[in-house]
Design a protein around this ligand. Sequence first.
Ligand SMILES: *Cc1c(COP(=O)(O)O)cnc(C)c1O
Length: 343
Amino acid sequence: MADVRVDFRSDTLTRPSPAMRAAMADAEVGDDVFDEDPTLHELQDHVAGLFGHEAALFAPSGTMANQIALQLAVPRGEELLCDAAAHVVTDEIGAAAAIGGVSTRTWPSAGADLDPSVVADMIRPDGFVAVPTRAIAVEQTHNRQGGAVIPLPTLQALRATATDAGVHLHCDGARIWHAHVADGVPLSTYGRLFDSLSVCLSKGLGAPVGSLIVGSAERIAAARKLRKRMGGGMRQAGILAAAGLYALRNNIPRLAEDHARARLLAEALAPSGVVDPQRIRTNIVPLDLTGAAVDGPAFAAAAREQGILVSVLGRRLVRLVTHLDQTDDGIAHAAKVLPTLLH
Ligand SMILES: *Cc1c(COP(=O)(O)O)cnc(C)c1O
């Protein structure tokens, strides 16, 4: 196999930079189960402030952050509404059902084209047979919809719907930083729209570990207990928080570069008919190989021979993700070689 020249499988593959590692080495720490880690407090206060909420809580993964937020919003046996391709129902090993006892109902996957009235029509009150709807979750950006950015007016309409119905609105904001950079919507504007958010430090921002749950002081106090119950109580986690603070302070504006590289790749591949560059807004480039001469596994194997790693998400679906550990040379190599592998 050729040496790896560029790895597009995921933006979780990034390794902490020397400067990030230096910040980790210098971190002041304490025992976070005692709520005594100063660096963790700094991170949690910083993130709560970014989103204009009262409090935030560090969690070891985005899955745990989402599932804690959902367990707090939805009593066992009651209902969550979300997109059919939402991470919370398709990529969290069934945690909503297996751990939270959450009943889920989904709308046909729409990503950024979500019609808020479809969601409004799905909300059900308590009844003799119906499970009452307690929460709605949206994903910003939408991972399985090619990093799509849901427009602000759509989210504002959903907020109004949720408020009218007395239903909780959660945002799986693993890549909300990318939406903020792509659309220029302030993080605090996003924050105001949601009762809870989960945000991820270890995707495009380049930290090694960690997500946060954001919400009211009361909600976050309850989240702290649930996190401990789920085995997520950590001790000197300030080492990780220092990486997160470094990531938030240094790596948000540079996401624009990842977005530009994703668009460049999409433009190189567009003549092969596998992607519409107009739809590429952030750092994810899905390739639909339905009309191509090769299927996903064959394309990925051929790319690997050229030192390019991609994810196969389905027989005819491949995904490229751009991130901060890639080089101009790697991107140029991929833009030149990948189109030649499709016919
Ligand atoms: C990655 C991701 C998560 C969290 O995943 P973990 O691997 O558990 O940290 C949540 N939502 C979305 C949309 C994601 O892409």
